[in-house]
Design a protein around this ligand. Structure first.
Ligand code: ADP
Ligand code: MG
Length: 708
């Protein structure tokens, strides 16, 4: 490692942890602005900007073999070097490097410029006789690696190469305009001069009990580890700290909701509940009865309920939600049922119509596509209390909707309804009960970490009489033949075509083309309809209603039908390009069938090119159990992706991994509990730093945390 005093002199001119990074040498206003974009303003921010990965950059031992990743690290002397243009835009700089393992051609790619010499910097460092480290990529031919496309290079004459090569090298998430070389050197300089000033947020007693590394040591070990073991120890220490802060935040969040009192109370009158139950046409499962009891008990507490209802697709969450809504209505209040898409909202509206037939409950739907006049009328009914239950999208709780006496909001498919939205809801004066439902169940310990302000109820049983769904990877012909047989038996089938955000327009085109093919070539004798997300809400509703009534036999669809749709007569699901879907989506799609007693089958048409795609499809074939699928999905994608970037950002976890660090998590939870039961507002001097970090991390992310 480079000597301390030397680095310090090079980079620093004083300053503290709170100083703007412009204090660090080499950071002018332009670079400071670039850092600001990734949330790095102060020296401490920089130290807390952990590497996103580490690369093993020890010298590649054998150039005659391809490397596993295609990347190589070599060292040698420049034998000759020259720049050349390669077309109007592209310039190449080439150098022949003599290494201990033979000669290697190194190539740098540059954008051509007429205004300045694009090779100026290279000419200084990469010239005949210079000794260099090269980090780059190579496609070896039969005789081994001959040419390397250079990504980074470091002259041996400058000792700083030791930060970049021949080690476990930290890789930082960069923004354009900041080179990896610069960021690493700056991080190192900041560590050298300021790491020791970083005080431990974790109280000393706790650090001793858990045998934690000191913060400065952990930061050094994480940014510039000397071994894998050192990095792991450092990572564990800092992950624990993140988890401790998260658990503290959750406890405070929960306390915040428990401290408020509702302005109303519930009495189980059964004036609506009893006729509702009697008219269902089926018995509730034991699991449904249990969760309804949990919810009712919670509703009758003096503080607002915040509860998550987990249950696999088709487990019957809707009747549970309806029971809770009816309790609110029985008590003279209003309820709202919200879905992530308009199709699903329409479906809920239809379901409520069926289940509540003959009951004195007034249901209205509220959508963004309603004509102005009708919308105004509906808003007026909601405000005057002549509507009991409002069904709509999440927009129902935003903007201009005023309720006379809203008591319970039910949010379906909660993964798009994060902690921030929950806080906003409360802040808008909605001191109401909240029930969020998800069909992507996850293990309880994880649920506690991800949705720590929620109580969790789980439906772990399917309604009886469902024939299991067979799932298979199949050629198209087989899948279509099965669809045909189902139709011949009076059933219906879905054929789903993927649309992913990155290529949505092209995907939509091919979905339409595919529909044409199905209609005119594959099933010319059958009634085939198309539904896709770009259709107007009205058109979508029309097609869905017609399909539910059996007017269409085959429904060609995009993933708009992924959530909620309930047509028990549909028994075949064909998923095209199934390798392009995520596991949770596949499972949701499959959940559209198997809703009646008839045998159902799901066909995955795919040519999986990546191991992950293969794993997803294998998991689908191996199990139809949503809990196992959920777990597998978490393993494959990590909680961050599962939640979506917005919500993973909410948890503020840079390096802790809720899955891998389950044990740390439970330690952190116990410790957070202990800390707050001794010092409820973190006012003790030994908790001052914890308090500051906590507010810094979560106050704005979660709208607020109550520590006053
Ligand atoms: P999800 O949990 O996916 O939202 P739904 O509420 O849509 O599931 O229920 C799926 C289907 O099962 C619906 O047709 C619903 O009427 C039916 N269902 C719900 N509970 C039962 C039950 N206890 N017995 C039989 N069918 C049920
Ligand atoms: Mg549902």
């Amino acid at each position: 490692m480079v000597a301390n005093h030397e680095r310090g002199r090079n980079f620093m001119s004083g300053g503290t942890l709170e100083s703007p990074i412009q204090f660090l040498k080499g950071v002018g206003p332009r670079r400071a602005a670039l850092f600001e974009r990734i949330g790095v303003r102060t020296v401490e921010d920089l130290l807390r900007r952990y590497p996103r990965d580490w690369q093993d950059r020890r010298e590649t031992p054998d150039l005659s073999l391809p490397t596993a990743t295609g990347s190589v690290v070599i060292r040698g002397r420049v034998l000759n070097a020259r720049g050349q243009s390669a077309g109007p835009r592209l310039a190449l700089y080439k150098a022949t490097l003599g290494t201990a393992r033979g000669k290697v051609e190194c190539v740098w790619f540059k954008h051509m410029s007429r205004r300045f010499d694009v090779f100026a910097a290279l000419k200084k460092e990469v010239k005949e006789g210079a000794d260099l480290w090269i980090v780059g990529r190579a496609d070896p031919d039969l005789t081994g690696i001959r040419e390397v496309r250079v990504e980074e290079h470091y002259p041996l004459a400058d000792e700083r190469w030791r930060l970049h090569v021949a080690r476990l090298t930290p890789i930082y998430a960069l923004t354009e305009g900041l080179s990896p070389r610069f960021v690493r050197e700056l991080a190192y300089a900041a560590l050298e001069t300021h790491a020791d000033a970083v005080a431990d947020a974790v109280p000393a007693a706790l650090a001793a009990k858990r045998r934690l590394l000191a913060a400065p040591q952990a930061l050094r070990g994480l940014h510039f580890p000397r071994s894998e073991a050192e990095r792991e120890a450092a990572r564990g220490r800092l992950a624990y700290e993140e988890l401790l802060l998260l658990e503290l935040a959750w406890i405070l969040k929960r306390r915040q909701t428990r401290d408020v009192r509702k302005q109303y109370s519930y009495e189980i009158k059964r004036t609506l509940l009893t006729p509702f139950r009697a008219g269902l046409g089926f018995e509730l499962t034991a699991a449904q009865r249990r969760v309804i009891n949990e919810i009712f008990e919670d509703l009758r507490k003096p503080h607002p309920m915040t509860r998550l209802l987990q249950g696999d697709v088709g487990s019957g969450k809707t009747v549970v939600a309806l029971s809770a809504l009816l309790l609110a209505v029985e008590n003279g209040g209003q309820g709202a049922l919200m879905a992530p898409t308009e199709i699903l909202a329409d479906q809920h509206r239809a379901t409520l119509g069926r289940f509540l037939k003959g009951l004195p409950v007034r249901v209205v739907s509220l959508t963004s596509r309603m004509p102005k006049k009708e919308r105004a009328k509906t808003l007026e009914r909601i405000a005057s209390g002549t509507a009991d239950i409002v069904v709509g999208t999440h927009a129902v709780l935003e903007g201009d909707v005023r309720f006379k006496s809203l008591r319970l909001a039910v949010v379906d498919e909660q993964h798009r309804f994060g902690v921030r939205q929950r806080a906003t809801l409360r802040q808008k004066g909605h001191l109401i009960d909240l029930l969020v439902m998800t069909a992507t169940p996850i293990p309880r310990t994880l649920a506690l970490a991800l949705y720590g302000d929620l109580e969790v109820s789980t439906i772990d049983e399917m309604p009886p009489g469902r024939a299991p769904i067979k799932t298979a990877l199949a050629p198209e012909s087989e899948a279509f033949a099965a669809a045909r047989r189902a139709v011949a038996a009076g059933r219906q089938a879905y054929v789903v075509h993927p649309i992913i955000e990155e290529s949505a327009r092209l995907d939509l085109q091919s979905a339409k083309a595919e529909y044409e093919r199905l209609r005119s070539e594959v099933f010319p004798d059958l009634r085939v309809a198309l539904i896709h997300g770009a259709m107007s809400g009205k058109a979508k509703t029309k097609v869905m209603d017609e399909f539910a009534r059996g007017e269409w036999q085959i429904l060609a669809a995009t993933p708009v039908i992924e959530v909620g749709i309930d047509v028990p007569n549909a028994t075949v699901m064909v998923i095209q390009n199934a390798d392009r879907f995520g596991l949770a989506s596949l499972h949701q799609l499959r959940g559209r069938i198997g809703r009646g007693a008839a045998e159902s089958a799901c066909f995955l048409i795919a040519d999986p090119r990546t191991p992950q795609a293969r794993t997803r499809l294998d998991a689908m074939i191996a199990t139809a159990d949503g809990f196992r699928i959920g777990e597998e999905d978490l393993k494959l994608r990590g909680p961050g992706e599962l939640l979506g970037t917005e919500q993973s950002g909410e948890l503020s976890l840079q390096i802790a991994d809720l899955f891998k660090d389950a044990e740390l998590l439970s330690c952190a939870r116990a410790d957070a509990d202990e800390i707050l039961s001794a010092d409820a507002k973190l006012l003790a001097p030994e908790h001052a730093l914890l308090r500051r970090r906590l507010l810094g991390l979560y106050q704005s992310r979660w709208n607020w945390i109550d520590l006053a």
